[in-house]
Write a protein that binds this ligand. Structure first.
Ligand SMILES: *Cc1c(COP(=O)(O)O)cnc(C)c1O
Length: 391
């Protein structure tokens, strides 16, 4: 069992009572092959070096930590932002796809498949596939391909094939099912590049390790800035939970209070019921008959109806706490950061900021407290939607 230290969950892939590998018999060998390949690669300094080199020369790492003077004054707490918005493609997703892309080459495979909701992970995967010369197929719910036509075009520009999924609710959860189905049939030459800390073992662990760079960098940057101290509060938004997991991994062994913020309409920890979906045991939004419910949020990146199993475990342990932010609070927070700091955030990390605004005002976070907030992505992709919502 993985301790609260966010270590290696071992061959069972269990985080307390969550996680595991609930897949059909036909997928077990693929998961085992992937776990073995990742274990070897992740303990091989040459792989680590190639990965670190790509993060530096292609993704633009390390990203800075920015001290927000005017926002801090407005809130009465000291706010530091970890700037994942400044990476190539504009979010933390690049860290994961570069890691899985390298691993695909390592396994001698030539093709990747991915699921995508709004298209952000699809675009990231298509980016890595272009860079590594891999064939790329992205499964996307039919409803989402219509809502996100521009991202479909981006993926096509990058050389990927987008396959609309017409089954079920024709959204993200159905796209995951189709990607898994493709993987079963093509595992000889194909890697499934999953987009968050979810799915069957080893994905929740592997994706967290590929995102750990966010927390590790932030921790040493904070220490430099704070004269050897750690921030008292560390906060990130949670969809599947990868940017939060990567951030928390850097601070879990400090006394920092760890906070994850979900969309109010997609709160798997707040309103979810433990169950099995997409190969994992975790909190899921489901009705009384066990039917999976669609998450409702203005933020497409937070619309996953579950949460990564390690977050479910951290919540059980009380090591991390999870809150929600409403659409209205999120829009206010987005404007506040834009006007005080000249940084337009994506709607997803604006959830983390919305929580902080409330917590600072209510005294839940005391005046003068130092807070590190992971700004998981930039707001360009959401500008049109925000314009309509505010208009
Ligand atoms: C996809 C996305 C998220 C949500 O994914 P996690 O796995 O929870 O990190 C958050 N922020 C941005 C900018 C995203 O693109």
């Amino acid at each position: 069992m993985a301790p609260a230290g966010m270590g290696d969950p071992g061959p069972s892939g269990r985080f307390g009572r969550f996680g595991g590998r609930f897949v059909p018999e036909s997928l077990v060998p693929a998961c085992i092959e992937l776990e073995a390949a990742f274990r070897v690669a992740w303990s091989d300094w040459r792989f680590r070096q190639r990965y670190a080199e790509l993060l530096r020369t292609y993704a633009g790492r390390p990203t800075p930590v920015t001290e927000c003077h005017r926002l801090s004054e407005a809130l009465g707490v000291r706010v530091l932002l970890k700037r994942e918005d400044l990476t190539h493609t504009g979010s933390h997703k690049i860290n994961n796809v570069l890691g899985q892309g390298l691993l695909t080459l390592e396994m001698g495979k030539t093709r990747v498949v991915a699921e995508t909701g709004a298209g952000q992970h699809g675009v990231a995967t298509a980016t890595a596939a272009a860079l590594f010369g891999l064939e790329c197929v992205v499964y996307m719910g039919e409803v989402d391909t219509e809502r996100q036509a521009l991202n479909v075009f981006r993926m096509q520009l990058l050389g990927a094939e987008v396959r609309p999924v017409a089954s079920g609710s024709r959204t993200l959860k159905d796209a995951v099912n189709e990607a898994l189905r493709d993987w079963v049939a093509t595992v000889e030459n194909t890697h499934y590049c999953l987009g968050s800390v979810m799915g069957p073992h080893p994905y929740p662990w592997m994706v967290r390790e590929f995102q750990r760079v966010v927390g590790d960098e932030a921790r040493s940057q904070c220490r430099e800035l704070l004269g050897g101290d750690d921030p008292a509060v560390v906060v990130a938004c949670v969809g599947g939970g990868s940017n939060a997991a990567g951030t928390f991994a850097g601070f879990v062994d400090t006394p920092a209070r760890l906070v994850g913020v979900e969309a109010a309409g997609g709160s798997a920890i707040g309103r979810g019921i433990p169950g099995v979906l997409h190969g994992m045991h975790s909190y899921l939004l489901q009705d009384e008959w066990g039917q999976i419910l669609e998450a409702q949020s203005i933020s497409a990146g937070l619309d996953y109806p579950g949460i990564g199993p390690e977050h479910a475990h951290l919540s059980d342990l009380g090591r991390a706490t999870y809150y929600t932010a409403t659409d209205g609070e999120v829009l206010d927070a987005l404007q506040l950061l834009s006007r005080t700091e000249g940084i337009i955030p994506a709607l997803e990390p604006a959830h983390a900021l919305a929580w902080l605004v409330n917590a600072a005002r209510s005294g839940d976070v005391a005046a003068g407290t130092t807070v590190l907030l992971t700004l998981s992505g930039r707001g360009d992709k959401d500008a049109e939607q925000v314009m309509r919502l505010l208009g």
